[in-house]
Design a protein around this ligand. Structure first.
Ligand code: 86X
Length: 970
C-alpha cells in the first residue's frame, strides 16, 4: 500500500530545530519545565539535528510547550523515563538512517521494509497495550518525537500505518497543535494530502500481516539490539542484510502448516473484520450451507483454557457453558485478554479461529470445543490468524487438521435459530437479524460507533412468533455491556461516528427536559435568570488566565478553518464559560447596586477527553447548566453555593430517586481556580463505584481579581466581587440508569419518566380493538387531565406481549392492562415496573389511585436505592482495614489529617492501587475502562460522625481533623 502526497523532507540543518535547541538552553524555559522530560527532549532534539524535517521541528516545538504545560510530565518515574528513552533510541536506530538518505532511495525495498517493520511494531505495541500513548496514559516526549519521525519516514517511503497508530498520531498531533497552534504541523499536511479513500484504506487495513507473534521487546524496553537476528527482533535497523528484511513477508505459519499436513483448503482475502458479526456483513457467503466461525477463548482459574468455535448463528452463553461442559465445582469462565491471546494462541484480538490451534505450543493446555452445527456444514470458513483472510475447508478437512495436531475437540450442540436445535438453557436463541419494522432497536444497535454495543442483541421469540429483542447481558454478569444494552434498547441513545459523541433520542432528551423544567422553577425562586453566551471563545480570551486553563489545555477543541480557508486565528469551542462570561461581568458590574448578579445558562460544552468514553457519564460533548453569580459579600456567595447544592441533591434524590452525599471536596480534588468546592456524590452498586453528581463552587475573589470584576461599595470604596459557579450535566441520567436498571432494561422513577403510565389493550379473538378503544381512551383522557404522562398503545401490528416487553425495556413505571374481563368488571390491572407487582383497580377513581401509586413508587425506589447505598458505606479507622473494604465495593469513611498534609491523599491513592492489584494478582490496571482501582477522596461529608479527641488519621497517623469519604470512582 502506498500513499501519495508526501511532505518534503528538508535536508541539512533545519533552523527551527536550532531555534528550539536555543530555546531549551534558555533558562526561563528550562526552569518552567522542571523534571527530567525536557532533558530527554533536548537530547533527542540534538540527536535529530541535521536530519530533521519541517514536521519534526514544528512538532517538537509543540512538544516542548505541551510538556511544559503538562503537570503529569513532571512526575514521571525513572521507569517511564527509561521507556521513553528507549523508544526514542529505537526510532533513532530504525528510522533516522532512512530520513538521512536521498529521497530517491527512500522507496527502495530495504528502507520500506525497515519503516514498515517499525510501523508494525508500534501498531502491535499500541494494540497489545490498548494504550493511547507510548508510555502510560499521558503524552510524553517519546510520543511526539517517535511520532514525528515515524510520520516523516512513512511519508517519505510511502508506507502506510495501522489503525491504532493512525489514532495515536492524530491524537498526539492534535495535542501538539493545541499547545502550539501557531506552528502548522506538517503531520496535518501529510494527512491532508492523503485523499479520503486512502485514509479509509489506512484505517481499515493493517499495514502488514498480523500473523507474526508480538515481538518480545514489546513488554520490555523497545530498544532493538543491533546484533539480534530478525526472527526475534522484527524491527531491524536498515543496516541489516536483505534476508533479514525478507523475513515474514507473505509468510503465514498456518497456511504453511496446512500445506505441510496436506489438509485440503483454499484461501481468500477480504476486508478486515474484528468480530463474527462484522465478518457476516463484510463477507456474505453464497452457499447457505457454508459458515464462518465465531470464536471465544476462555480461561477459568480452576479448569484451564477453552477455545470455543461455533457457527455464526449459534449462541454461546458463558454461564451455561460450564454446565454444558459438565465442569465440576465453581466455574468462572472469563474471556482471555489480549496478553493471553498473544502468549498462548499467538494472535491478536479478532483473529482467533480453530486454526489457531496450529500455533499453540502445547495443545494439551487447551480444550477445544466445537459446535456440532459446524460439522454439518458444506464448508467452514475461518481465519489463518489474521482477520483479513479466510481459509475454506470441509468439516472433514478440519477434523483431519485437528487430528494431526492431536487435538480432540469436544463437540457440543449450541442453540441456533433453526427449529429443533438444542438451545442452551436460560438464553434465547439468536436469530437472523430481525426485520427492521418489528425490531427497530436492533437496527439502532447495529449502527457502528466507538464503544458501540459489541453485543449481538439477543432475541426472544414470543408465542406468536413475533420477534422481541432482549438484553444480552445481565447487570451482574457484565455491568458495562449491560449498560450499553439498556441505553440502546430503551431507545435513549444511538451511536454516532465520532468517538465520545452520542445521539440523545427523544426518550432520554425528555428526561433532560424534565430536569430543566424542575431546576428552572427552583432557580427562579433564587432570582437566578437564564441567559445565553456564545459557543466560541477566542484564543486570547481562553488563554488569558493561564491558571484557569492550566492542565485542561489538551481537552480544548479548536476551529481552524472555514470552508477551504484557514482562519486568521483559531477559535476554541467552550469547555466551560468562565472566560466567556466574566469579561462581560466586569463590564456590567460597577456598583454594589449591580449586585448580586445571578445568571444561568443551559448549553452544550466540548471537552476533548482521551479517556474511554461512556454515554452520559463521560462524553466529549455534553449538555449542562452552568450558573455563575457575583455577590458583594463572602457570606452571600456562600449561601448561594449551599442553596444550589441542595437543588442538586433535589435533582438526584427527589427526581431521579438516587441518594447522594453532600460534602466539601478536598484541596486536591476541588476546582483549582476557586476557593472551595462542594459536591453531591452518588454510588453505583452495580460497579461498586462512586460518581460525582454535580459541583457548586465558592470562587472567593479569585476570578474577580483575574477578570477585574470590581464594584464601589456603599462607602464608595472599590471592592472585588465574590463569586460562585455551579454545574449539572446529562451525567445525571446515566447515573439514574445505572442505579435503577435491571436485567429487563430501564427502570424509571415516575418523576423522570417521559411516560408514567402506558395502557395496553389485550387484543384477541375475545376483544377487538374497536371495543377496547373507547374504554381505554376514556382512561387516557382522565389520566392526562390530572397531569399523569400517559400513552395508549393502540398499535395493531404488535401483540400485547411485545408491547409489555417494549415498555418494560423503556422503563415505564406503570402498565395498565385492559382485557375483556377487566372491561366487564369496569376495572383495569396495574403492573408496576420496578417490582413486577400486579393489582386490579376499578376504573372509577383510577386517577387518584394512580397519583398515589406514582408517589409511592418514587418513594420506594429511593428507599431501595438508599438501602443499597447505605449498606456500602463503612467506617474504617486504620490502614489495615481500608483496601479490603474497597475490594468489597464499599465507600470508606476514615479519620483524616487533611489541611496542609495534601501529600497523604496521593499516598493513599497510590498505595491502595498497589495493594488492590496485588490482592488481585494483577500487575497493571485495565486502562481502557478509564476507571481505576485506586481510592480517591469523594468528599468531606457535611454530615460528620463524632470524632473523639485524639483520633489519628488512618493513613498518616497524624492528628485527624475530620472524617473523609473515599471510594473508587468514575
Ligand atoms: C472546571 C468549573 C466550573 C462552571 C464548574 O464546575 C461548574 C460550571 N465551571 C469547571 N473546568 C474547567 O475550568 C475547564 C477549563 C478548560 Cl479550558 C477545559 F478545557 C476543561 C475544563 N474542565 C473543567
Amino acid at each position: 500500500m502506498s500513499l501519495h502526497g508526501t511532505v518534503p523532507v528538508l535536508k541539512g540543518i533545519d533552523h527551527t530545530v536550532l531555534e528550539l535547541v536555543a530555546a531549551l538552553n534558555d533558562s526561563a524555559v528550562t526552569a518552567s519545565e522542571g523534571g527530567t522530560t525536557p532533558a530527554l527532549v533536548k537530547k533527542t532534539v540534538n540527536a535529530f539535528t541535521g536530519v530533521s524535517s519541517q514536521q519534526t521541528a514544528s512538532s517538537l516545538a509543540g512538544c516542548v510547550r505541551l510538556l511544559s504545560s503538562s503537570t503529569n510530565a513532571q512526575d514521571s518515574s525513572a521507569e517511564a523515563v527509561a521507556l521513553q528513552d528507549s523508544w526514542m533510541q529505537s526510532a533513532e536506530q530504525s528510522l533516522l538512517p532512512v530520513l538521512r538518505t536521498d529521497k530517491a532511495d527512500a522507496t527502495s525495498a530495504l528502507f520500506q521494509s525497515a519503516v514498515a517493520d517499525f510501523a508494525t511494531k508500534i501498531e502491535e505495541y499500541l494494540f497489545a497495550k490498548d494504550q493511547t500513548f507510548l508510555v502510560g496514559d499521558t503524552v510524553t516526549a517519546a510520543d511526539v518525537v517517535v511520532g514525528s519521525v515515524l510520520a516523516a519516514a512513512c511519508s517519505l517511503c510511502k508506507v502506510a500505518v495501522g489503525q491504532q497508530t493512525m489514532r495515536w498520531l492524530q491524537t498526539v498531533d492534535r495535542m501538539c497543535q493545541s499547545c502550539c497552534p501557531q506552528q502548522a504541523t506538517a503531520w496535518m499536511e501529510w494527512m491532508e494530502h492523503v485523499s479520503l479513500d486512502e485514509k479509509q484504506a489506512v484505517l481499515e487495513k493493517p499495514a502488514v500481516a498480523v500473523a507474526t507473534p508480538l515481538p518480545a521487546v514489546v513488554k520490555a524496553a523497545p530498544v532493538v539490539p543491533k546484533a539480534a537476528p530478525a526472527a526475534t527482533a522484527p524491527v531491524s535497523a536498515p543496516s541489516g542484510s536483505t534476508s533479514d528484511i525478507a523475513a515474514n513477508v507473505g509468510d503465514n505459519a498456518i497456511l504453511k502448516l496446512l500445506a505441510k499436513l496436506g489438509v485440503e483448503h483454499t484461501v481468500y482475502d477480504h476486508a478486515a473484520s474484528m468480530t463474527a458479526e462484522e465478518l457476516v456483513v463484510n463477507v456474505p457467503l453464497t452457499n447457505a450451507k457454508d459458515s464462518h466461525t465465531k470464536n471465544l477463548f476462555f480461561k477459568d482459574k480452576k479448569h484451564g483454557m477453552f477455545l470455543v468455535t461455533v457457527a455464526t448463528d449459534s449462541t454461546v452463553n458463558t454461564k451455561d457453558l460450564g454446565k454444558l461442559l459438565q465442569l465440576p465445582g465453581k466455574v468462572n469462565l472469563r474471556l482471555a485478554d489480549t496478553a493471553l491471546l498473544d502468549s498462548v494462541l499467538h494472535v491478536k484480538p479478532g483473529c482467533v479461529g480453530p486454526l489457531s490451534m496450529g500455533l499453540v505450543q502445547d495443545v494439551t493446555q487447551i480444550k477445544m470445543v466445537l459446535d456440532k452445527a459446524l460439522l454439518t456444514k458444506d464448508h467452514i470458513h475461518s481465519h489463518p490468524a489474521r482477520n483479513d483472510q479466510s481459509v475454506v475447508m470441509t468439516p472433514t478437512a478440519m477434523k483431519q487438521f485437528l487430528k494431526e495436531l492431536k487435538v480432540e475437540p469436544i463437540v457440543l450442540e449450541f442453540g441456533s435459530a433453526d427449529a429443533g436445535a438444542v438451545t442452551l438453557p436460560g438464553k434465547a436463541p439468536a436469530n437472523r437479524p430481525p426485520e427492521a419494522k418489528t425490531a427497530k432497536p436492533a437496527a439502532a444497535a447495529k449502527k457502528k460507533g466507538d464503544a458501540k454495543p459489541t453485543t449481538n442483541i439477543n432475541k426472544k421469540t414470543s408465542e406468536k412468533g413475533q420477534t422481541l429483542l432482549a438484553l444480552q447481558w445481565k447487570k451482574e454478569e457484565n455491568f458495562a455491556q449491560w449498560y450499553t444494552d439498556v441505553i440502546v434498547l430503551s431507545e435513549m441513545i444511538s451511536y454516532y461516528d465520532i468517538s465520545g459523541c452520542y445521539i440523545l433520542r427523544p426518550w432520554s432528551y425528555k428526561m433532560w427536559e424534565l430536569i430543566q423544567e424542575w431546576f428552572n422553577a427552583e432557580i427562579q425562586e433564587l432570582d437566578v435568570e437564564n441567559a445565553y453566551f456564545p459557543l466560541f471563545v477566542s484564543q486570547d480570551r481562553l488563554e488569558k488566565e493561564k491558571d484557569h486553563v492550566a492542565g485542561f489545555a489538551p481537552e480544548v477543541a479548536w476551529v481552524t478553518r472555514s470552508g477551504e480557508g484557514e482562519l486568521a486565528k483559531p477559535i476554541a469551542v467552550r469547555p466551560t464559560s468562565e472566560t466567556i462570561m466574566y469579561p462581560a461581568y466586569s463590564d456590567w458590574i460597577k456598583s454594589h447596586r449591580d449586585l448580586p448578579l445571578k445568571l444561568n445558562q443551559w448549553s452544550n460544552v466540548v471537552r476533548w477527553e482521551f479517556k474511554y468514553p461512556t454515554p452520559f457519564l463521560r462524553t466529549r460533548e455534553f449538555l449542562w447548566q452552568e450558573g455563575h453569580t457575583a455577590h458583594s459579600t463572602f457570606e452571600e456567595a456562600n449561601e448561594t453555593v449551599l442553596q444550589v447544592l441542595d437543588l442538586y441533591r433535589g435533582v438526584y434524590e427527589d427526581l431521579l430517586a438516587v441518594p447522594v452525599i453532600k460534602g466539601f471536596k478536598t484541596e486536591k480534588e476541588k476546582f483549582a481556580g476557586g476557593y472551595r468546592t462542594t459536591t453531591v456524590e452518588a454510588y453505583i452498586a452495580g460497579s461498586g463505584r462512586a460518581i460525582q453528581g454535580a459541583t457548586s463552587h465558592h470562587l472567593g475573589q479569585n476570578f474577580g481579581k483575574m477578570f477585574d470584576i470590581k464594584f464601589q461599595d456603599e462607602k464608595g470604596e472599590s471592592q472585588v466581587a465574590w463569586q460562585t459557579s455551579w454545574g449539572l450535566t446529562t451525567r445525571t441520567i446515566g447515573v439514574m440508569v445505572m442505579v435503577h436498571g435491571d436485567d429487563v432494561g430501564l427502570v424509571l422513577p415516575p418523576r423522570i419518566a417521559p411516560l408514567q403510565v402506558v395502557i395496553v389493550p389485550i387484543i384477541s379473538k375475545k376483544l377487538k380493538s374497536e371495543d377496547a378503544d373507547p374504554y381505554c381512551l376514556d382512561i387516557l383522557a382522565d389520566l392526562k387531565k390530572i397531569g399523569i404522562r400517559t400513552k395508549y398503545d393502540d398499535r395493531t401490528m404488535y401483540n400485547p406481549g411485545w408491547k409489555y416487553n417494549h415498555w418494560e425495556q423503556k422503563g415505564v413505571p406503570v402498565r395498565i392492562e385492559v382485557g375483556p374481563r377487566d372491561m366487564e368488571q369496569k376495572s383495569v390491572r396495574l403492573v408496576v415496573r420496578h417490582d413486577g407487582s400486579k393489582e386490579d383497580f376499578a376504573v372509577n377513581g383510577l386517577g387518584a389511585v394512580l397519583k398515589d401509586k406514582l408517589v409511592e413508587i418514587q418513594a420506594t425506589m429511593f428507599a431501595k436505592a438508599k438501602i443499597a447505598r447505605d449498606s456500602h458505606v463503612v467506617k474504617v479507622i486504620d490502614w489495615k482495614g481500608f483496601v479490603p473494604e474497597l475490594e468489597k465495593n464499599n465507600l470508606v469513611l476514615t479519620p483524616w489529617c487533611g489541611g496542609e498534609n495534601e501529600e497523604w491523599e496521593e499516598w493513599v491513592k497510590k498505595t491502595s492501587r498497589e495493594e488492590s492489584l496485588k490482592a488481585r494478582g494483577a500487575e497493571e490496571e485495565d486502562e481502557k475502562t478509564a476507571t481505576s482501582v485506586a481510592a480517591k477522596t469523594l468528599c468531606i461529608p457535611f454530615d460528620q460522625p463524632e470524632l473523639p479527641a485524639g483520633t489519628k488519621c488512618f493513613a498518616s497517623g497524624l492528628e485527624a481533623s475530620c472524617w473523609v469519604l473515599w471510594g473508587r470512582s468514575y
